[in-house]
Design a protein around this ligand. Structure first.
Ligand SMILES: NC(=O)c1ccc[n+]([C@@H]2O[C@H](COP(=O)([O-])OP(=O)(O)OC[C@H]3O[C@@H](n4cnc5c(N)ncnc54)[C@H](OP(=O)(O)O)[C@@H]3O)[C@@H](O)[C@H]2O)c1
Length: 256
């Protein structure tokens, strides 16, 4: 099951990998390589994660990044002032170095800075796009109005918001992404997987509740590309397996 609607990442498998607990160890370098061998093609990190260890691990594991694989990172997290041009420039330079690359395939503004105009933050990221050091740009935890504001500054290909069976606050953003050929990347995608209704459906499909939660997201919108975080190769394979599960209309609606 590959992404068909989004223009930028057409044909990549629709389950990725979140890495916000990844420490810089030899074991985790091997884990990232094994995850890609198992079929992961979207590896999600951020400047912030594990104080830079996540990016360094991915840099060690995937340099050069395999041709059909996307490593996405983010910067500008932490509240007022973190979206200022000088802060973002420093973080982007560090991400390029840690990831051991000349070009970041997908770079998100991690949060809209409440004190820095979004135009200024994204204008800084745009400098790197124009220099060829960032290929695609995304934004995180945003409303439809903010996405539209961002798209007036530069093309946006991905939106990463909190969304799951248990958290539907961003339904309008999901639908906006599908209508505008953007990828919607839900973070915390496994929330709600522990309900009795999910467990019943899982038993029927001989699947795990986590796989049903992911299958529900994939069915919710063709723009959806969840990035469950895990440090376990067995869980990576299980999560990828969710792409083979087809929920019936009745099952989908009963979880809605
Ligand atoms: N944009 C943002 O602001 C933002 C905010 C938060 C997170 N994120 C991103 O979103 C990613 C996903 O968030 P997350 O909440 O899923 O990550 P997380 O914080 O790593 O938590 C996922 C949890 O689910 C478990 N898990 C994963 N697959 C499983 C499976 N098949 N069966 C049972 N347990 C499983 C993991 O444990 P195991 O390690 O044992 O598998 C872990 O405890 C993060 O890694 C990060 O990249 C983005």
């Amino acid at each position: 099951m590959t992404l068909e609607t989004a223009t930028a990442f057409r044909n990549i498998p629709r389950v990725g990998l979140g890495t916000n607990r990844l420490r810089h160890t030899a074991e985790n370098v091997a884990f990232i390589r094994a995850a890609v061998d198992a079929g992961i093609r979207m590896v999600d990190t951020a400047h912030l994660y594990t104080h830079g260890e996540s990016e360094k691990t991915i840099g060690d594991a995937l340099s050069p990044v395999p041709k059909d694989c996307i490593v996405a990172t983010k910067g500008g997290y932490g509240g007022a002032g973190r979206g200022r041009p000088e802060v973002l420039r420093e973080e982007i330079e560090q991400s390029l170095a840690s990831l051991r690359t000349n070009r970041i395939e997908l770079y998100y503004l991690h949060r809209v800075d409440p004190e820095t105009p979004i135009e200024l933050s994204l204008g800084t990221i745009k400098e790197y796009v124009e220099r060829g050091q960032i290929r695609h740009v995304g934004i995180s935890e945003v409303t439809v109005a903010q996405i539209e504001q961002a798209r007036r500054v530069l093309p946006i290909v991905a939106v990463q918001n909190n969304y799951s069976l248990a958290e539907r606050r961003h339904d309008a953003v999901v639908d906006y992404c599908a209508s505008n050929s953007l990828v919607f990347v839900p973070f915390f995608p496994l929330a709600g997987a522990d309900s009795s209704r999910v467990r019943t459906i899982a038993a029927r499909h001989r699947a795990t509740p986590v796989q049903i939660a992911l299958a529900w997201l994939l069915r919710r919108s063709p723009a959806m590309l969840p990035i469950p975080g895990t440090l376990s190769l067995a869980h990576v394979k299980e999560n990828l397996g969710a792409m083979s599960i087809a929920l019936s209309d009745e099952e989908f609606e009963s979880l809605r």
